[in-house]
Design a protein around this ligand. Structure first.
Ligand code: COA
Length: 315
């Protein structure tokens, strides 16, 4: 199988910034508690923006940075749990807004916070059977719609945003080493759907999810490094799902990763689920921290339970 590389990234976050002090006026919490337990200082919430607006802006940015036109796109995947409508999918809305070709697959993928990684891996498989060489992968969430404002343990964590990547697949490029998995027997993080009769709000056992994340991140990293035949020193940059700064700090400490090789934007955006990883990738590319040839180890985990690691190169 031929591999993919990331050619261009883009992002979009809503205008409205919600501070920890804003939340302390709604629930019994404090800036001090939120900052020390999570590393989050602000998050963005949609007001007038739709989920589709975020996807379109992020995708347009990624296409422009990649120098790829819409008619070169061979598939479009939107990783999300919070689309505007279940049908049409967010990917079909995006296809229509951008004018993507009609003879391609456009679909949504739900793997919660690991969604962007599942989508990258799926895109690699799809592009191997497409005459077009480029794919559009978006991670987008409007999680503010799913917040339970009576639960101080979760309402402080989540934010809205979108990140996008245009990936390229070429004959002879090795497939991206990946370790992805799911365990559907544990609803530690749950959002009810139409079949339940419950309101679609985020419920989470934070302590158990924290433990799961701390155990899972190193496992994913070890598996990917082993598949790639690389050591930590061979990797140019590490990108972690931004769920809690303490989870990232533990991984960084365990692997002795120097500060110039990883990045946190959780203070600004909170946990944006499927958007979190592409938001980081987009900021890194814009800042010149990743350049053509950079090898980036990306690690995610989330509801499902789902998890994944992938070594992805920039073109
Ligand atoms: N403000 C103030 N106090 C709060 C609070 C808030 N926003 N949320 C919870 N608390 C309280 C609890 O009620 C509890 O009080 P008690 O001891 O009197 O019962 C205390 O703080 C400790 O709660 P706990 O849930 O054990 O805190 P924690 O240190 O585990 O931190 C999370 C909570 C959610 C920040 C943390 O568990 C976490 O980040 N989990 C992983 C989340 C995650 O990664 N989710 C996404 C997966 S993609």
């Amino acid at each position: 199988m031929n591999g993919i590389k990331i050619r261009g990234t883009g992002r979009c976050v809503p205008e409205k910034t919600v501070t920890n002090e804003d939340l302390a006026r709604i629930v019994d919490t404090s800036d001090e508690w939120i900052t020390t337990r999570t590393g989050i200082r602000t998050r963005r919430h949609c007001t007038t923006e739709t989920h589709t607006d975020l996807c379109v802006k992020a995708a347009e940015d990624a296409l422009a940075r990649a120098g790829v036109s819409t008619d070169e796109i061979g598939a479009c995947i939107v990783a999300t749990v919070s689309p505007d409508t279940l049908v049409p999918s967010a990917a079909c809305c995006l296809q229509s807004a951008l004018g993507l070709p009609q003879d391609i697959l456009c679909f949504d993928l739900n793997a919660a916070c690991t969604g962007f990684l599942f989508a990258l891996h799926t895109m690699e498989c799809l592009l191997n059977s497409s005459p077009r060489k480029y794919g559009l992968v978006v991670g987008a969430e409007a999680l503010s719609r799913l917040i339970d404002w009576e639960d101080r343990g979760t309402c402080i964590l989540f934010g809205d945003g979108a990140g996008a990547a245009v990936v390229e697949c070429r004959e002879g490029w090795p497939s991206s080493p990946a370790a992805l998995g799911c365990r559907g027997d544990d609803a530690l993080l749950r959002v009810a759907g139409p079949g339940t009769g419950e309101p679609p709000l985020i419920h989470m056992d934070g302590t158990k999810v924290f433990k799961f994340a701390v155990e899972t991140v190193p496992q994913c990293m070890d598996q990917v490094l082993q598949k790639a035949g690389l050591s930590v020193e061979d990797v140019d940059f590490f990108v972690f799902h931004q769920a809690n700064a303490r989870i990232i700090d533990l991984a960084v400490r365990k692997y002795h990763i120097p500060p110039e090789k990883y990045y946190k934007n959780i203070a600004d955006y909170g946990n944006t689920s499927a958007a979190s990883i592409p938001l980081v990738l987009s900021e890194l590319q814009e800042q010149g921290e990743v350049v053509p040839g950079s090898r980036v180890l990306v690690v995610g985990f989330g509801g499902g339970l789902t998890w994944g690691g992938m070594l992805i190169e920039f073109a």
